[in-house]
Design a protein around this ligand. Structure first.
Ligand code: HXC
Length: 260
């Protein structure tokens, strides 16, 4: 894709990205690095962190990688502290770590439901809470990756729908509570994005063609679409945007297309 933004729009910023090794937020981390930010990435999987760090550094960026499970507050606090030790500050936090699988509500175990809520919702709170003092110092910002599943109802996604509704609530609440500290809190709700773990897990191959025809823009999203939205929302171009969850889905949710 041709370059859309001016060079170095995030120059001098430090971005802490959970789930920053792979998938949508892996792309966002790379795009932030290309835009001049210094990256700190977390993931549960060490091997994914190593590959992403190598990619970013080979492309001239800086990347600090630290394994952490966002469900574990002590691990999150440690990752934030180590990032500050490494770079001296944090300007941008991206909450991208997420869990997902398809399961009918009547077959989902209580622990299955709780696991996704813990990763998505509790994990998002944990990272925001642990980063608060740093973001207050830097007058920084938060970007929460959500979904559109809960706008209507998505069968086999009760756990993720509940979890992402919670993430959207966190975005709105923190934007109101922390705006006074100069902290902007926004979100992105991606629709179906090609070449992601989420799509592989969620979209049965036989439904792919059917679904794409029902997307008003007649194509699946690309990771680059989310990268561009993330760059916009975290740049000074969005300096008066606070408490918004930007839907980036080609208009898909308006047609109520379910994954079934
Ligand atoms: C039913 C399942 C299950 C499945 C796990 N569980 N997978 N239940 N169907 N396929 C249940 C388990 O049985 C267990 O409950 C509980 O969940 C916890 O499972 P564990 O394996 O112990 O947990 P853990 O290893 O911590 O995490 C599992 C996971 C995670 C949540 C599935 O590995 C994961 O999500 N990985 C995928 C990451 C990913 O794809 N991220 C992108 C998300 S995309 P019991 O009762 O047996 O103990 C996204 C976008 C949405 O969010 C929008 C798309 C349009």
């Amino acid at each position: 894709m041709d370059k859309i933004f001016a060079d170095n729009i995030l120059q001098g910023k430090v971005a802490f990205v959970t789930g920053g090794a792979t998938g949508i937020t892996g792309g966002v981390a790379r795009a932030f690095s290309e835009a001049g930010a210094k990256l700190a990435i977390t993931s549960r999987k060490e091997e994914n962190l190593i590959a992403q760090k190598q990619f970013i550094e080979e492309n001239g960026g800086e990347c600090f990688a630290i394994a952490a499970d966002v469900r574990d507050y002590a691990a999150v606090e440690n990752a934030i502290a180590e990032t500050v030790k490494h770079y001296g500050k944090i300007d941008i936090v991206v909450n991208g770590a997420a869990g997902n699988f398809l399961c009918k509500a009547n077959e989902l175990s209580a622990n299955g439901f709780a696991t996704v809520v813990d990763i998505d919702t509790k994990g998002t709170f944990n990272v925001c809470r642990a980063a608060f003092e740093e973001l207050k110092s830097s007058r920084g910002q938060i970007l929460n990756i959500s979904a559109t599943l809960h706008y209507l109802a998505t069968p086999m996604q009760i756990h993720v729908s509940a979890a992402k509704a919670g993430v959207d609530a966190i975005t709105r609440n923190l934007s109101v509570e922390w705006g006074r500290y100069g902290i902007r809190v926004n979100g992105i709700a991606p629709g179906p994005i090609e070449d992601t773990e989420g799509m592989k897990r969620l979209l049965l191959p036989e439904l792919k063609d059917k679904l794409v025809k029902r997307i008003p823009l007649q194509r699946f999203g690309r990771i680059a679409d989310i990268e561009n939205a993330a760059l916009f929302l975290t740049s000074d171009a969005a300096s008066y945007i606070n408490g918004v969850t930007l839907v980036v889905d080609g208009g898909q949710w308006l047609l109520g297309t379910s994954l079934m």
